[in-house]
Design a protein around this ligand. Structure first.
Ligand code: BGC
Length: 449
């Protein structure tokens, strides 16, 4: 994105009570790998060639040791809430829950609302060895994990997120093999989607049984744009849209799979599973938004796209979106696609739609004078505000991410933080975007005083 030297005009006013937050995830920041059970990402990073810079997340941002400093950064930023994830492998380790107990205490002491996510892709190896999300039993084990966590920190936590991006975990981890556990199952990965959704439903029951009242999920969504008006492109884009978007939101919100997909799902009683997935499991729906996707009819060769290899046998092909700035990940910056996405959810689901929260939005750029990130966040907040003006009930916005961190298959090569992390010294340096957001939030409060 072209750096803008012009001061940006103030953001429009967001409604009173709108929840401002920042997001992180356990495996990407915590470090202290020797004090938890191994996760599928430890195993995956140990395989040569899997991670771009050959790194591991063994130390990452050393957050377990430095969480007080990190919570102080959240507090000083002036956001209301901090979204973090609870590492299932750490919870399985004796004393592992103590860390989350301390973290939640520290957040409460600093006046920041804790918003834990119970699964952000770091499945314990021991669960994977029993089949992982390809096995139905993992859904029940996930509910046990939820019950263990809520029993320990549920007295101070009011907002819960069950899963992070079951769509990406299915597609990248199990269909394309670009993420842990590295399976390349293409459409045979569909049981992973169903079992995660079932896990969401069972975990929500466990949370409710422990008194939780505000349960959500954080899924990735983005508008899909057909490459042309040709029928083959439109059909391919529709299929992609189902796989990325509706395959996850329809069962959660409508209690059914898109046409033709229910019969592909595992289990003896799909109707019963769909009840577990959809009945009283969501008080709000979290959307992680990064970019729209342009999709056309299948090609004849594999395509390299934003670090992914998309095989030719897929029934669609992803195309370059031109005419927009790109982030360091080569993702196009298209803020208006967020308005389109949010209004599209309202139009599709109408009265069935719970209130929405943007649970992740952000971009990869180098440098601490990150004017491109300011422009990205400013543009997306204005786009969100336009959705509010059009009557969409959006209750909050979380930036991805508080800190630069270990970006999965990209290792340490992509920086998404509002705060720069020097991975050698672990020194934290707030970037220009951190100061911009802090000032923007102050202005929001002042406009209401
Ligand atoms: C994930 C994050 C990730 C971010 C940027 C989201 O898909 O939830 O863990 O770091 O995107 O790639």
């Amino acid at each position: 994105m072209t750096a803008t030297e012009e001061p940006l005009s103030p953001l429009p006013s967001f409604p009173p009570g709108f929840l401002w937050g920042v997001s992180t995830s356990a495996h990407q920041i915590e470090g202290a790998a020797d004090r938890r059970a191994p996760s599928i990402w430890d195993a995956f990073s140990a395989e040569p060639g899997r991670i771009r810079d050959g790194s591991t997340a063994d130390t990452a941002c050393d957050h377990v040791a430095r969480h007080r400093e990190d919570v102080a950064l959240v507090r000083d930023l002036g956001v209301d809430a901090y979204r973090f994830s609870v590492s299932w492998p750490r919870v399985l380790t004796t004393g592992g829950l103590d860390f989350y107990d301390r973290l939640v205490d520290e957040l409460c002491a600093q006046g920041v609302l804790p918003v834990p996510t119970l699964f952000h892709w770091d499945l314990p190896v021991e669960v994977q060895e029993r089949g992982g999300w390809l096995e139905r039993d993992t859904a029940a084990r996930f509910a046990d994990h939820a019950a263990t966590v809520v029993a320990r920190i549920g007295d101070r936590v009011t907002r819960w997120i069950t899963l992070n991006e079951p769509a990406e975990h299915t597609l990248l981890g199990h269909a394309l093999g670009e993420h842990a556990p590295g399976h390349k199952l293409l459409f045979d990965a569909l049981p992973v989607a169903h079992h995660q959704l079932l896990g969401h439903g069972l975990a929500a029951r466990a949370l409710r049984a422990a008194g939780a009242r505000e349960i959500g999920i954080a899924n990735s969504h983005g508008p899909t744009w057909p490459a042309s008006t040709e029928q083959a492109d439109v059909e391919a884009a529709d299929l992609y849209d189902i796989i990325l978007n509706r395959l996850f939101s329809d069962p959660l919100i409508l209690g059914r799979y898109p046409d033709g997909f229910g019969e592909l799902m595992p289990g003896d009683d799909l109707a019963a599973d769909l009840k577990v997935i959809s009945e009283d499991t969501l008080d709000w729906y979290g959307i992680n938004f990064y970019q729209p996707t342009k999709v056309g009819a299948p090609g004849t060769a594999d395509v390299e796209f934003s670090g992914l290899t998309l095989p030719a046998e897929l029934p669609f092909s992803v195309r370059e979106i031109e005419g927009h700035p790109k982030t360091d990940f080569d993702w196009p910056v298209v803020p208006e696609a967020l308005t389109e996405l949010l209004t599209g959810f309202r139009d599709r689901y109408g009265d069935r739609l719970p209130p929405l929260v943007v649970t992740e939005n952000g971009c990869a750029y180098e440098g601490v004078d990150d004017r491109e990130r300011i422009a990205y966040l400013d543009g997306h907040l204005r786009a969100l505000h336009r959705a509010l003006e059009q009557g969409v009930d959006v209750r909050g916005y979380f930036v991805w991410s508080l800190l630069d961190n270990w970006e999965w298959a990209e290792g340490y090569t992509k920086r998404f933080g509002l705060v720069h992390v020097d991975y050698t010294t672990q020194v934290r340096t707030p970037k220009a975007s951190y100061g911009w957001l802090r000032d923007a939030l102050r202005a929001q409060r002042a406009s209401r005083a």
